[in-house]
Design a protein around this ligand. Structure first.
Ligand code: AMP
Ligand code: ZN
Length: 675
């Protein structure tokens, strides 16, 4: 192999890209521009295109590859993945330390104290220097193979400088800032935000399509070496070594004698808000491996480790009642009504119980004393029940068999229509079309800022309008009169006038907003915009047959079968049809302008311009359009090029990196415009 052979260059590029991934994702300190990074990746892909023999699954080009899988393969592991015993008070930690010292017959014991990362557990195996397997915790003994998904996580190297087999445990986390961005994006697409990084991480990890996983900003932090540790005597030593060979670790473990634990816990508690990721406590571990193995395990926990939950994030209170809420899609969500208790800066009086499975697992009953935590520091959740035994305990909670809002029938949806073996979702849904809770949810969704943007129309007013029988669907909003509104409770002359005006003003919103506002299953805001580009008005929708609509939608970039079928079924549902007719008769929605798109050197490109350029921004936009390109105001999922002028904001560059958008300068744009 000569120094300039393609194989040689390929190997050098793999190394260089891995080093940049490490700097960017682990050290948070990139040393080259995104543009230069993309150029390396492009060069690598070009070499691989010319020399397919060089492609291996360890190449950085293969982080995302393949088709969605059918399901996740189960993998039995050699060393069971245990949970951790929880301490809610320092006295529990003292007792843990006493047990350890006693079992070790007075030997000197050192403990490590480190943050407990709040994400999804993961086991990773490296063999022969390559990432070979990644599995979820599953039931501990058997996990699920998520290797393809984990390969997309750039903070985890595909190749390491250690040949022996290594089995590692780590946590898949999302940085708080990444979750905020992800949720913003989801909100714009009309999707439910993730309640916390843990749910986002766990859900992402188990997705069947690695290309989707690649869009989630996941990271891995390794916290334990399970196999391949023979050259190290202790936990702290192993972690430091893993870090030295380029594996991502939190880097915060400290080693102290028993007397030093309390101070360390306090110190970590003080630091936790400064970490980029969520932590929900600290883990105290016996540091020495020989001592760990003498202590051993119970059936569930290692005897040499204990998790400590920070107090500020946890409150103890009583469950006064369990009520069930019904949302826009009809999903029934049980909620615990709590004796109000201060928690992390606010007073908490309600906490989500998610679904029947969760309630059964916790065995929460009315009257119980429970522990409540703030997940992702936002939404409180019931995490545990204080041992409440005895005859005075309430009955186990049962989900209602009818909808609590309308008395209609409820049922659980299949997880996947084509896979009856996957069973049904844990969530029950009300199947009554005219359910008042669903109507309220639909009207509220319609009025949201990202949809039809009807100001003055908030939750309590929507409740009032639906309960008074004035509104049974969104078209009814456009028949509301000042006279009818002013008769409502707590409705003044001015408010009634404002609302009528706001509703009338919303008629002028573009048709894409109408599509967003309808809340079509599977079709979020971005998809609604794309759909409105092709089908520009209600009239146009009516003019096409189901076959035509199916073909049109299927040709839209990013529209999969599920989305197309959901949209066609929705549009051709007789009830939707009559709703659309009534909206059309009330002149709701402005047809999208015929896009007089020209063909040119930028045809098919979606371009965002940012930073200071030598020409006026508007002039640049016009030039892009004249060359056949589409202008994007911000960097979106389907943006193809970001033109970066001077003083570019890091946020835009981060977005571009995230979506794999090509970043070029003004000179490059001029060259492209010139063809
Ligand atoms: P639990 O799920 O509450 O039983 O806690 C056990 C889980 O905590 C483990 O499976 C890990 O995924 C997670 N964990 C987070 N950070 C750490 C850490 N520093 N050391 C050990 N486990 C951790
Ligand atoms: Zn209902």
């Amino acid at each position: 192999m000569s120094a300039t052979s393609p194989a040689h260059r390929h190997a050098a590029l793999c190394k260089e890209i891995a080093a940049h991934d490490y700097r960017y994702y682990v050290l948070d300190d990139p040393s080259i521009s995104d543009f230069a990074y993309d150029a390396l990746l492009r060069e690598l892909r070009e070499i691989e295109a010319d020399h397919p023999v060089l492609v291996s699954e360890h190449s950085p080009s293969q982080r995302v590859s393949g088709k969605p899988r059918e399901g996740l393969r189960k993998v039995e592991r050699a060393v069971k993945m245990y949970s951790l015993d929880n301490a809610y008070a320092t006295a529990d930690i003292d007792a843990f330390v006493a047990r350890c010292t006693e079992s070790l017959e007075g030997e000197e014991v050192l403990f490590t104290v480190e943050p407990k990362l709040d994400g999804a557990s993961l086991e990773v195996v490296y063999e022969g220097g390559h990432l070979a397997l990644a599995t979820t915790r599953g039931d501990g003994a058997v996990g699920e193979d998520v290797t393809t998904n984990v390969r997309t996580i750039r903070s985890l190297p595909l190749t390491i400088a250690h040949e022996g087999k290594l089995t590692l445990r780590g946590e898949v986390v999302l940085y708080k800032r990444d979750l905020a961005k992800l949720n913003e994006l989801r909100a714009r697409e009309g999707l439910e935000p993730f309640a916390n990084p843990r749910n986002a991480a766990a859900g992402s990890l188990r997705m069947l399509d690695a290309r989707e996983v690649a869009k989630r900003p996941l990271r891995v932090l390794v916290y334990q070496l399970v196999e391949g540790s023979s050259m190290h005597q202790s936990h702290a030593e192993s972690i430091a070594w893993l870090r030295s060979i380029g594996l991502p670790t939190h880097g915060l473990e400290v080693c102290v004698p028993a007397a030093g634990i309390a101070a360390e816990l306090e110190r970590l508690d003080g630091l936790r808000t400064s970490y980029p990721y969520e932590t929900d406590g600290a883990v105290v571990k016996v540091n020495d491996y020989a001592q760990q193995s003498r202590l051993g395990f119970t059936s569930k926990y290692p005897r040499w480790a204990m998790a400590y939950k920070f107090a500020a994030e946890r409150a103890r209170t009583r469950v006064l009642d369990i009520v069930v809420q019904v949302g826009r899609t009809g999903a029934l969500t049980p909620v615990a009504v709590l004796d109000p208790v201060p928690l992390g800066g606010t007073t908490v009086s309600r906490a989500s119980l998610h679904n029947a499975d969760q309630i059964a697992e916790l065995d929460v009953r009315v009257g119980d004393t429970v522990f409540v935590e703030k997940a992702g520091e936002i939404i409180p959740q019931v995490v545990g029940v204080e041992a409440n035994e005895g005859p005075s305990r309430g009955e186990p909670f049962a989900m209602p068999t009818v909808c609590p809002a309308c008395g209609g029938p409820v049922s659980a949806r299949a997880r996947d229509e084509e896979r009856p073996d996957l069973g049904v979702e844990a969530a029950l849904r009300c199947t009554n079309r005219t359910c008042s809770a669903k109507v309220k949810g639909a009207v509220l969704h319609w009025s949201r800022r990202f949809a039809m943007d009807v100001s003055h129309l908030g939750e309590s007013l929507v409740d009032q309008l639906v309960d008074a029988g004035l509104v049974a669907d969104v078209a009814d909003l456009y028949d509301l009169t000042y006279e009818a509104l002013v008769k409502l409770d707590r409705m003044g002359d001015k408010s009634a006038r404002n609302l009528v005006e706001a509703i009338a003003a919303s008629k002028a919103r573009p048709f894409s907003r109408v599509l967003t506002g309808l809340g079509i299953p599977q079709i979020g805001q971005v998809a609604a915009n794309q759909m409105a580009e092709r089908v520009r008005s209600i009239e146009a929708l009516f003019a096409s047959s189901a076959e035509e609509l199916r073909a049109t939608l299927a040709s839209i970039h990013g529209f999969g079968d599920k989305m197309v079928e959901a949209a066609v079924a929705f549009v051709f549902d007789p009830e939707t049809r009559s709703l659309l007719e009534r909206l059309r008769d009330r002149s709701v929605g402005t047809p999208e302008p015929e896009s007089d798109r020209v063909e040119g050197p930028l045809s098919g490109q979606r371009v965002c311009v940012t930073g200071t350029l030598t020409k006026k921004r508007e002039a640049v936009h016009d030039a892009i359009r004249a060359a056949g390109g589409v202008v994007h105001d911000g960097v979106k999922k389907d943006t193809t090029i970001l033109i970066a002028g001077e003083k570019v904001g890091q946020a835009k560059l981060d977005q571009a990196k995230k979506y794999g958008v090509r970043v070029v300068g003004e000179a490059d744009l001029d060259a492209m415009l010139a063809g």
